[in-house]
Ligand binder design. Structure first.
Ligand code: ADP
Ligand code: MG
Length: 599
């Protein structure tokens, strides 16, 4: 064994840097957080060669006092906490006092600053050198605020440097970090340059509309057009932000921004709550998009659980989970066709970011078969034909008694191949998958009835006996009470036979035998009776599927219109129980484009 010796300052810092400074993007994260903690309202970022050659962040924040400059670069030096109790109540982004020390140990770092309190006209600049990171101070011309320059990242740690990717990749990670932070502080102006080229300039966004614009710039205009704004408060918790409509889902979980008291985090509990809220409306394997802000008293969340502070621990995690779930579940339930057809305001926002519209699963309302219209939806010039159509629809509206307004999903014109309903509203064409839509309506009704314990049962005139396997019969016997709760009364009459006596009245026209078989196999799969409760909705969904209009059933115009009206009133009616869209929309403008009208 070697004898023990004390590590040099620099080596100790370099070891710590292993956790905090993984790549150029992590440097940017720490520097931007420092500037925000110093109350800066303007941040200018300069990057060269993906951040490997140069990262410069200039802010107009409070600055650092001359006597503190050297200290700021040493480890465990922070102005943000002083004692243990402060850890319980952190309102700053940083608090560990190790970012600057770590970064300066693996790069050539210079920091210039002029403090608010400093009356002299010039500022001070600090650099470190040698194994013990001796700091050297000199005067420099500098306005109030701080500039940190990080050159030649990992020049002295070649092993780390090897892990870096191409300039382009490293820059795109920096870009992502900037986007995340830009969404956390709408009141701050950000500019980002790469190799002397301006990539983004985000002005401070103070009104709701400016904020929406920033979100659209960062997340793509399609997200803004296909999301709803929520703002929910309960006791000490507040959740606000934008969540995507279920039909704007993504193949990857890459458009998900979640902030806790202004700090972006990734958290299993949050992901789970959101996923649950989308469970019934999202197509299998798709991911929702969201930009959400959770605010709670600092004491309710522990931020000191991860070196890069990307994870947190909630003191009352159950409460937070349930709050998130119910707020989002309700928001999604409330989405109705009217909302989805609302005129998008940011249709043609210019953006330096890539557009995300290609990821729309199925365009609703953006069913563009062609490029989306560049003109804003509001001020289109209508052709005479379009006017005529609108008159017709309005005349229809009169006929139906709602004289002034055409309902969002309009009126049925015809049934197509026994599968789709064609309808027109004031703006264009609506196509409805009638089975999918009816299935959702039946399901939501059954859920309501079930929750109110009013699921009416109807005795079968002739009890139905069904031959089943022994395990199914065992299950039916064991779960008799639970099944009764679902509206099915049955009895085991032999080793491999059951008799069904009553079924939910709503399902009297369905194929009872098939339905009972499906329900039993679901019950078998999901196990004991305590799990039935959790899967009740899924069982109801199975039942709803059987009770809904099948393809190839002829519907009259009156029946079709009744279905459209039901859809407008039913929660989550935009998706069938499996998350597929129930209707799509094509505006007259888009139809005109298809036929190259007016071009
Ligand atoms: P922490 O942010 O955890 O306190 P850092 O190593 O990131 O640790 O920074 C050390 C200290 O330097 C901070 O506590 C702060 O007082 C000061 N500081 C760093 N960057 C800035 C800045 N841009 N403006 C003002 N003060 C800063
Ligand atoms: Mg910091």
């Amino acid at each position: 064994m070697n004898r023990i010796n004390r590590l040099s300052q620099r080596l100790a810092n370099q070891i710590a840097a292993g956790e905090v400074v993984e790549r150029p993007a992590s440097v940017i994260k720490e520097l931007l957080e420092n500037s925000l903690d110093a109350d800066a309202t303007r941040l200018d970022i300069d990057i060269e060669q993906g951040g490997v050659k140069l990262i410069r962040v200039r802010d107009n924040g409070a600055g650092i006092h001359k006597d503190d400059l050297a200290l700021a670069l040493s480890r465990h030096a922070t102005s943000k906490i002083a004692e243990l109790d402060d850890l319980e109540n952190i309102s700053s982004l940083g608090f560990r006092g190790e970012a600057l020390a770590s970064i300066s140990s693996v790069s050539r770092l210079a920091m210039a600053s002029k403090a608010e309190s400093d009356s002299a006209s010039e500022g001070w600049k600090v650099e470190t050198e040698g194994q013990d990171m001796q700091a050297s101070l000199s005067t420099v011309a500098h306005p109030q605020g701080t500039t940190v320059e990080v050159r030649d990242l990992f020049f002295n740690t070649p092993a780390r440097k090897k892990f870096l990717r191409t300039q382009k990749t490293e820059f795109s990670r920096i870009d992502e970090v900037m986007k995340r932070i830009a969404l956390s502080r709408f009141d701050v102006q950000f500019t980002l340059q790469h190799n002397q080229r301006t990539i983004h300039k985000l002005l401070a966004a103070n009104t709701n509309q400016q904020q929406q614009r920033r979100v659209a710039l960062v997340c793509g205009p399609a997200f803004m057009e296909n999301s709803v704004y929520i703002d929910v408060e309960a006791s000490d918790l507040r959740l606000w932000g934008w969540v995507s409509l279920p039909t704007f889902s993504r193949s990857q979980a890459d458009l998900q921004y979640f902030y806790v008291n202004g700090r972006i985090i990734r958290d299993k509990l949050v992901t789970h709550a959101v996923k649950q809220a989308y469970r019934e409306v999202l197509f299998h394997g798709r991911h929702p998009a969201y930009v959400l802000y959770l605010e709670l008293p600092p004491a309710g969340v522990d931020v000191n659980v991860h070196p890069t502070k990307q994870e947190v621990r909630f003191r009352d995690s159950r409460l937070v989970h349930d709050f998130l779930f119910s707020a989002l579940y309700k928001a999604l339930a409330d989405v109705n066709p009217g909302d989805q057809l609302e005129t998008p305001q940011l249709a043609s926002t210019q953006s330096g970011y890539e557009q995300n519209s290609s990821a729309i699963l199925s365009g609703q309302p953006d069913l563009s078969l062609v490029e989306p219209s560049r003109s804003s939806y509001g001020d289109r010039s209508r052709s005479a034909v379009a006017n005529q159509v609108q008159d017709q629809v309005l005349a229809l509206a009169k006929l139906h008694g709602d004289a002034t307004e055409v309902p969002p999903l309009g009126y049925a014109i015809a049934q197509l191949h026994g599968i789709y309903i064609l309808a027109q509203n004031a703006e264009g064409l609506i196509v409805v998958d009638m089975h999918a839509a009816h299935e959702r309506i039946t399901y939501e009704r059954m859920k309501l009835a079930c929750r109110k314990e009013e699921l009416k049962m109807q005795p079968l005139l002739v009890p139905l006996s069904i031959a089943v396997s022994q395990s199914e019969a065992d299950c039916a016997e064991a779960q008799q009470q639970a099944l009764l709760g679902l509206g099915i009364e049955l009895e085991r009459v032999a080793e491999e036979s059951i008799v069904v006596r009553q079924i939910p009245a709503m399902l009297k026209n369905s194929d009872v035998e098939q339905m009972v078989r499906d329900v039993l196999s679901d019950v078998l799969e999901y196990g004991g009776s305590d799990r039935i409760q959790a899967h009740q909705d899924e069982l109801l969904s199975t039942m709803a599927c059987h009770g809904s209009v099948r393809a190839n059933r002829h519907l009259t115009i009156v029946e079709m219109n009744a279905l459209l009206r039901d859809m407008e009133e039913t929660e989550r009616s935009g998706q069938c129980n499996h998350g597929r869209p129930t209707w799509v929309y094509q505006s007259l403008d888009e139809l005109d484009k298809l036929f190259l009208r007016g071009q």
